[in-house]
Design a protein around this ligand. Structure first.
Ligand code: ACO
Length: 364
């Protein structure tokens, strides 16, 4: 059968495809009750790695109709890291993982599962997790990728925690990595100034003491808003072709203002739900580590939940939006800067393509 590529390539069809999805009310979900918790999942080590190349707002002024003033005021971003043409996701993922494993004093052979959260893996398959497994020499580990946009690391952490809680695995490597510069339309100023590259990793270990590490998690999604943040081509609906490239369909498309509103509302909601699930108050939380998409989103979320900004971690000025990698890069920096001490309660919260959102409440 000859596929009508021309018809498939019509971006309007994709818009119709998304809007044909039944719009359903998002109901409460998550793990308000956490049955079968045999073991706590504790973070034994973290690490991150970013490209060497720094792209500043001033550099962007030279290639786009934008300004340092606009980017700083609207996003809080000052610079970001951009991969070389020959660098791919697994390069950063492996370097981040090596650092996390060293801190956790875990050898690659001890890892039983690798989860890599990414939407910009080395290639559609094999998974980037399998490539990382091979490159680390983690020959006893199962491996899989997880796609949840910028919430990817949170989804991966919650998934890993379930395997540990049930006693299935004792040692899991969780990585968040993104090379967004390779799916960025460098002619589109509304997205090009936001996106960046990097990786972060955490080693999770089983702990027999109850109430340690991950205390509770909450995950949610609303596919009806997928159209607000997506990459049209490169999948089975619009496979790569000369036409798909000419129509710039292999780049990320975003409705920034729609995402902005959902982001603020959903991240505030996640924090409230996590506190309610754990029967804690905002005062009990030492630090909130939000997805670094926009400083104004972070500030609006903090205001909505009446949480002091000095207890919200921000490093967006240095790394911009690294999607799946953003919360774990921020967590590693916060730990290494001494912002988190033993026993502190921390909330990690994110939203992203899907749309997805979620959070994790941890004791260090
Ligand atoms: N430089 C200068 N002007 C710009 C730029 C730019 N880089 N980008 C847009 N503008 C212009 C627009 O054209 C518009 O001009 P007009 O008024 O003449 O039409 C004006 O600035 C205002 O544009 P808005 O889109 O209304 O600006 P806003 O204040 O909403 O900020 C932004 C845009 C930063 C994208 C914001 O909406 C946002 O952060 N949204 C959320 C983005 C996000 O979190 N995405 C998810 C992560 S991405 C991922 O998952 C990989």
């Amino acid at each position: 059968m000859i596929v009508d590529q021309g018809k498939n390539l019509d971006i309007i069809n994709i818009v119709n495809y998304f809007s044909s999805i039944t719009k359903t009310e998002v109901k409460q979900r998550g793990d308000a009750v956490s049955p079968n918790i045999k073991y706590s999942a504790v973070i034994a080590g973290t690490g991150f790695d970013v490209p060497e190349k720094i792209l500043t707002n001033e550099d962007l002024e030279k290639i786009l109709d934008t300004s340092d003033e606009w980017i700083t005021e609207r996003t809080g971003m000052k610079e970001r890291r951009i991969a070389r043409p020959d660098e791919a996701a697994s390069d950063f993922a492996v370097r981040a993982a090596v650092k996390a494993l060293a801190e956790a004093e875990v050898t690659p052979e001890e890892i039983e599962l690798i989860i890599v959260a990414t939407v910009t893996g080395d290639m559609p398959f094999p998974s980037t997790a399998c490539i990382v497994q091979d490159r680390l020499g983690a020959r006893n580990a199962a491996a899989m990728d997880l796609s949840a946009g910028c919430s990817g690391f949170i989804y991966a952490l919650a998934t890993a925690r379930q395997f540990i809680a049930t006693g299935t695995y004792r040692t899991i490597l969780v990585v968040g990595v993104e090379v967004l510069s390779k799916i960025t339309d460098w002619a589109d100023r509304s997205t090009a100034v936001l996106l960046a590259d990097g990786a972060g990793a955490a080693v999770l270990k089983a702990d027999e003491r109850p109430g340690q590490g991950i205390i509770t998690t909450y995950l949610a999604a609303d596919g009806a808003h997928g159209i607000d943040l997506y990459m049209p081509a490169g999948g089975s609906r619009i496979p790569a072709s000369i036409e798909s490239v000419q129509k710039r369909l292999h780049y990320l498309k975003m409705n920034g203002s729609a995402i902005f509103k959902v982001a603020v509302r959903s991240m505030a909601d996640v924090v409230k739900r996590l506190l309610a699930q754990a029967q804690l108050r905002a005062d009990d939380i030492k630090l909130i580590i939000p997805h670094q998409a926009n400083l104004r989103i972070i500030e609006a979320m903090a205001k909505l939940i009446n949480f002091p900004l000095d207890r919200v971690f921000v490093n967006i000025q240095k790394y911009a939006n690294t999607s799946s990698a953003s919360t774990i890069i921020a967590l590693d920096e916060a730990r290494k800067e001494g912002r988190i001490k033993k026993g502190d309660l921390v909330i990690m919260v994110a939203f992203g393509a899907g749309l997805t959102w979620g959070g994790v409440l941890l004791r260090f």
